[in-house]
Design a protein around this ligand. Sequence first.
Ligand code: ADP
Ligand code: MG
Length: 258
Amino acid sequence: MITIDNVSKAFGGLKAVQNVSFEVERGSITGLIGPNGAGKSTLFNIVAGLIPPDSGRITLEGTDITGIPPHRLFHMGLVRTFQIPHEFSRMTVRENLMVVPAGQSGENLFNSWFRWARVRREDSRVLEQVEEVLDFLEIGHVADELAGNLSGGQKKLLDLGRAMMTDAKAVLLDEPGAGVNRTLLGRISAAIQRLNTERGYTFCVIEHDMDLISTLCEPVHVMANGELIASGPMAELRQNEQVREAYLGGGVSGRAGE
Ligand code: ADP
Ligand code: MG
């Protein structure tokens, strides 16, 4: 379980995250929604150890992880998925999956990856796992494509695949549906669901696609202007006056967007 306890973060005078507290229960697919500029990504970056909070605390299964860097969180079972790094776009999909632990955990990524790639290629368990991930996500047909040539949706699936190659069981997904066509969005959504029910992965998902959120997530937390304004099942939140107002713009549009 991830506990976000009274976390705040300001950038200059801008209060990006203000006194936010909620829990991501183990085994849940928890949603995080809110208008652009609400502070969702900032909160994720704090939980993932990319930026320190000004105040507040994050715990993972009761252990204080506030300020612990991503490569150590990775070993503790928590990852935030990323866009495929630029350097990996010239590797094939299969290679991208093979080098994940080296890439995520090693600080000297570029020194270690060639060596790692060779070692891992000879490691039959890794190869087996790669094939299994390709199969699970139904991206086997593009296994030998360069990652840079994939469509937006296929990249998101590869991103999920990279998370599957780690031992992480808690995964933060920032807008897995952004720029993805409906068909692939359905596949991504199904993969998240299956990883949750069949493999016990816990997810916290930021997403603007309300269909995806209501299909996958419970509970859902809503942020606006840096604050947590509501929590509950999506069906309830749709009726919530404060949530509706936040999405209408008015009060939230004064904030610089992205
Ligand atoms: P969301 O993901 O909900 O759209 P963000 O967390 O990206 O919101 O942004 C929250 C607010 O913090 C925005 O006003 C954004 O411009 C600002 N912000 C985010 N990151 C930085 C940063 N590194 N430096 C300055 N301001 C930032
Ligand atoms: Mg964001």
